[in-house]
Design a protein around this ligand. Structure first.
Ligand SMILES: Cc1cc2nc3c(=O)[nH]c(=O)nc-3n(C[C@H](O)[C@H](O)[C@H](O)COP(=O)(O)OP(=O)(O)OC[C@H]3O[C@@H](n4cnc5c(N)ncnc54)[C@H](O)[C@@H]3O)c2cc1C
Length: 327
């Protein structure tokens, strides 16, 4: 049995480790944080498993491969299957129509339909309901993966064991740019707020020409507001403009969000290749698994399966970059 070292305990590394262990591989996971931490992009994700909504501006592969995600995650963590509601203000109805045109598996809802789904959303007459979509809590999912791995004898080490592995799987996210020069960072900013007076049950996306907002309920009156998409590799702090736009969009969904407490501000860089699709590349005894872009939780299962097939069966599947498939 070959020994495999995985670098990185973000969603990619942990999903790859889980998939390899389930197929009987001997695995070691190394991350300087000793586990998923605020240094991982995965820490800041919304956790939407929304392949149909994402298809609005993604490749067909995202739609197809993303549909298996909720079943994969359902085996390791709590997945809430409450669908996604997409709404727009009357002045932005053209955006809603365009969104409908580019997506599938939704039904249109009017003011009554919106009220039935989310009684605490105000002032919306038109929406789209993607009933089969789901969401999860990213930090809980990462913790559940870590716990599952440790129950199988795989612990996350801060430094590699002294003996060299037979194969390394590099899942360092944006940090792997030293080895993957075509990887870029796409800045995302998000907020976590507590608004105990507002009750929203499912992810809601508010279409807006400049900054489309989504809000994901985390339970106990806590919500994640996200997320900006900025072609910038400045991981610094959130800008005043992004903060204003995220908060004012939430306020537009329900004015009671104006009383929310801001619990956290998150900024990170989504690792992305030029076509925004994840890729598996092999160079000698290293396999690189990266480029999850805005689809970390949605596509990590598919990425992990592609790595496992390549590493254990030498099988080149869809996400394997054909230019880097040979040993
Ligand atoms: C604001 C925001 C919202 C998002 N929302 C969603 C969403 O709703 N749904 C979704 O599916 N995706 C979402 N994403 C995208 C998702 O977060 C990323 O695609 C995903 O986190 C990338 O995962 P990763 O494991 O490749 O990288 P990371 O999570 O960054 O993990 C890389 C790990 O490598 C470690 N590392 C670094 N250097 C080394 C080294 N030398 N040796 C070993 N380990 C090392 C790091 O410590 C880190 O833990 C969002 C992203 C952002 C920023």
């Amino acid at each position: 049995m070959s020994r495999i070292r995985i670098l990185g305990a973000g969603v990619a590394g942990l999903a790859v480790a889980t998939e390899l262990v389930s197929r009987g591989a001997e695995v070691e996971v190394v991350d300087p944080g000793g586990g998923p931490t605020a240094a991982s992009c995965s820490w800041w994700a919304g956790g939407m498993l929304a392949p149909f909504c994402e298809y609005e501006n993604a490749e067909e592969a995202v739609l197809r491969l993303g549909q298996a995600a909720k079943h994969w995650w359902g085996r390791v963590t709590q997945v809430t299957e409450a669908g996604t509601l997409v709404v727009a203000h009357r002045r932005d109805l053209a955006d809603l129509r365009q969104f409908a045109h580019r997506t599938e598996r939704f039904h249109s809802v009017d003011a009554d339909g919106i009220r039935k789904l989310e009684p605490e959303l105000f002032g919306f007459d038109h929406g789209l309901f993607f009933e089969s979509e789901a969401h999860l809590s990213p930090r809980r999912a990462l913790e559940d993966l870590t716990t599952k791995l440790s129950s199988q004898g795989v612990f996350i080490e801060t430094t590699p064991a002294r003996s060299e592995p037979d194969l390394t799987v590099d899942c360092r996210g944006f940090a792997a740019r030293d080895a993957l020069p075509d990887l870029r960072g796409v800045k995302g900013e998000m907020l976590v707020i507590r608004a105990p007076d507002v009750s929203i049950k499912r992810p809601v996306r508010l279409l807006h020409p400049r900054i489309p907002l989504y809000i994901v309920p985390r339970g106990d009156g806590v919500y994640m507001l996200g997320a900006t998409m900025i072609e910038s590799e400045d991981r610094g702090r959130i800008t005043a403009r992004s903060m204003l736009e995220l908060l004012s969009s939430a306020y537009a969904l329900n004015p009671a969000f104006g009383e929310a407490e801001v619990l956290e501000i998150g900024v990170d860089l989504r690792p992305a290749f030029p076509d925004n699709l994840p890729k598996v590349r092999r160079r000698g005894d290293t396999i690189y698994a990266n480029g999850l872009y805005r689809h970390g939780f949605l596509l990590a299962p598919a990425l992990a399966m592609a790595v496992a097939e390549l590493a254990l069966n030498d099988k080149v599947t869809e996400l394997v970059d054909a230019d880097y498939a040979e040993r």
